[in-house]
Design a protein around this ligand. Structure first.
Ligand SMILES: Cc1cc2nc3c(=O)[nH]c(=O)nc-3n(C[C@H](O)[C@H](O)[C@H](O)COP(=O)(O)OP(=O)(O)OC[C@H]3O[C@@H](n4cnc5c(N)ncnc54)[C@H](O)[C@@H]3O)c2cc1C
Length: 284
């Protein structure tokens, strides 16, 4: 199908972009177009105007420092995945991004666009939530930071106002003594996950002090469950808080089965990762 008619604007300054979003209630941001264009073509979205942000300057950065990784709105998935520094500061980024779609889509789709698109079947919203990151947004009213815990309102729904442009996502660095792991089951590598699971485990010596698990494609928003007090049965603890969804791709029972298989695996792998990092810092 062809999209419904819309006006098209390609601003070259941030001010122009924000003014356009403020002035047109039905306007939508166009970033990589890898989610929005299919929605337009199927007429599942019919914005009155597309504000194409690809001409804006200084938004394609991947900045790393000891506190974490800052990803600009125009940084493509492939750019973030290719950053050796980002993978060192926060290894879960590369682990998860290698499962996001296929190379051609990663060359165009943006990591920030994926986050604000808020698809619970997408890897990066869950990763941001698990790591307790945030997104900075701008509008004509100024700039504000939205913590990941307040970002995902429902299926394909973020808490951004209609006139807000997400300019940067922040992923905190992996602290010393912490480890991460990610696994997913998809029909083909690069397809949306039937279920994806990530773990963030913090240790102090041999003791696990905190363990959290995030789930992709299980509920209609990204979900994170704290399993610190259930390390011998993390899947049971997770399933007590999850209500796996049924759709054309998988039954609820199959999703629950995948959760029960993947959860202990990623918790164990993240624990091993934490311990091996701790050994690197203080060799015996
Ligand atoms: C065949 C196929 C397979 C895919 N498989 C996967 C997969 O396995 N995992 C996965 O995570 N993703 C997958 N994707 C989606 C891909 O990652 C998209 O690139 C991503 O979800 C959206 O990023 P985008 O830059 O293309 O955003 P767009 O498509 O341009 O925009 C998506 C939405 O976000 C809004 N938006 C975008 N950027 C901003 C911004 N800076 N501020 C405010 N609003 C903004 C838009 O208005 C729109 O509502 C797949 C896509 C395709 C076509």
């Amino acid at each position: 199908m062809k999209p419904a008619p819309f006006a098209y604007l390609r601003p070259t300054t941030l001010e122009e972009a924000l003014a356009a979003l403020a002035g047109e209630q039905g306007a939508k941001v166009l970033a990589g177009g890898q989610s929005l264009v299919p929605l337009l073509s199927m007429r599942l979205a019919a914005p009155s105007m597309l504000v194409d942000v690809n001409g804006l300057p200084d938004l394609d950065h991947v900045h790393c420092d000891p506190s974490g990784v800052r990803i600009g709105a125009l940084a493509r998935h492939a750019h973030v995945l290719g950053s050796v520094e980002a993978a060192e500061v926060q290894p879960l980024l590369a682990l998860a991004l290698s499962h996001v779609a296929h190379p051609t889509i990663r060359n165009r789709g943006t990591t920030v666009g994926s986050i604000v698109h808020a698809d619970a079947a997408a890897e990066m919203p869950m990763v941001l939530r698990l790591l307790e990151g945030s997104v900075d947004v701008m509008s004509v009213r100024g700039r504000r930071t939205i913590p990941a815990a307040e970002l995902f309102a429902g299926p394909l729904e973020s808490t951004l106002a209609h006139d807000e442009l997400a300019v940067e996502a922040f992923f905190p660095a992996l602290p010393a003594g912490a480890g991460v792991a990610f696994q997913e089951i998809a029909r083909r590598h690069g397809d949306y996950a039937l279920v994806g699971v990530a773990a963030l485990v913090e240790t102090d010596g041999d003791e696990v002090t905190r363990a959290r698990v995030g789930f992709v494609s299980v509920s209609d928003v990204p979900v994170v469950v704290d399993v610190t007090h259930a390390l011998d049965a993390p899947a049971t603890a997770a399933l007590a808080e999850l209500d796996p969804a049924e759709d054309i791709h998988a039954t609820a029972a199959y999703r629950a089965h995948l959760v029960s298989v993947l959860t202990p695996r990623v918790v164990a792998a993240a624990t091993d990762h934490a311990r091996s990092r701790a050994r690197e810092v203080s060799p015996a």
